[in-house]
Design a protein around this ligand. Structure first.
Ligand SMILES: [Cu+2]
Length: 298
């Protein structure tokens, strides 16, 4: 019996190792947008997103290990203790040691999950001082953005048509289907951005997977999230609350640029110089896309 239990434990450890290998697939996924044959989650560019990924990996390992362990015990019962293999069953009904063990061990596992879970929740809800505040309003079916601490300018962000995407791709700017928008949200790299989220009609949801941000946009209420992007680039997300017929066509695009470019852009937007502001961002986007990205977009 002891040998069988030891074998079971060994198999559990092997299963857990396999789970770790599988969980680490986020390295194979694209950052900022989904990629073909993606297995894991989109790459993380904030501490919160990294925390979410490692918490997911930890829980995944525990789940798979428990499933394998229970499966092995079941198999032992089925094959070792069936009527043919074990014609005279034992009359044992209680085992104090075992009962204490199968109470204590699950409690220990729950505590093991609770500690990083609460840590992550606290990190998500303790807002560092904001460098930039952004207000996102969900509409059927687009997003309106306002920058209250940069002069209060606002704009609407609408998904690009295929023809509009082609134009951008020709200029050397990345424009993935169902994700690229006409006016991207611009934020500075390495700065804390607070996002105040609301809606004008029905419930929407402002989500950017690479930031680990996901918050409901509720009419008549303000909800909030925050992120501090570590790398420049463009990060896409989609409305994640069923909101009507064009729910799938109101993407979220956040472009993270150098702080100097953000300041220039915000000043131009404040002065209502939208043409020059657009040119400035297009230039930054071409630089960020690089020839490799532009070539693989289409
Ligand atoms: Cu929506």
């Amino acid at each position: 019996m002891m040998r069988r239990l030891r074998n079971a434990l060994q198999s559990t450890v092997i299963g857990a190792a396999a789970a770790i290998a599988f969980s680490a697939t986020s390295a194979l996924a694209g950052t900022g947008e989904p990629s073909p044959w993606q297995m894991g989650m989109q790459g993380a560019v904030t501490d919160i997103a990294e925390g979410i990924h490692s918490f997911h990996d930890l829980v995944n390992v525990i789940i798979i290990a428990i499933a394998i362990f229970v499966l092995i015990l079941l198999a032992i019962v089925v094959f070792r203790f069936n009527e043919n293999a074990n014609p005279v069953p034992s009359k044992t009904t209680h085992h104090t040691g075992l009962e204490v063990a199968w109470t204590i061990i699950p409690v220990f596992i729950l505590v093991l999950i609770a500690i990083p879970s609460f840590k992550l929740l606290f990190a998500q809800y303790s807002y560092p001082k904001a460098d930039v505040t952004l207000k996102a309003t969900g509409n059927q079916w687009n997003w309106t953005y306002q920058y209250p601490d940069q002069g209060g300018f606002n704009f609407t962000s609408i998904m690009l048509t295929d023809a509009e995407r082609d134009e951008r791709i020709k200029k050397g700017i990345k424009a993935p289907r169902l994700l690229a928008v006409d006016n991207e949200v611009i934020v500075p790299v390495g700065k804390v951005v607070h996002v105040l989220v609301t809606a004008s009609d029905v419930i929407h949801n402002w989500t950017v997977p690479s930031f680990g941000s996901k918050v409901d946009a509720v009419p008549g209420r303000t909800t909030a999230t925050w992120f501090k992007p570590k790398a420049e680039g463009v990060y896409y997300g989609q409305c994640s609350e069923l909101c009507g017929k064009d729910h799938a066509f109101m993407p979220i695009a956040v472009r993270v640029v150098k702080p100097e470019i953000f300041d220039q852009w915000a000043a131009l937007m404040k002065d209502r110089k939208r043409g020059p502001a657009r040119e400035l961002i297009e230039k930054a986007a071409i630089e960020q896309s690089g020839s490799k990205v532009a070539a693989t977009t289409k």
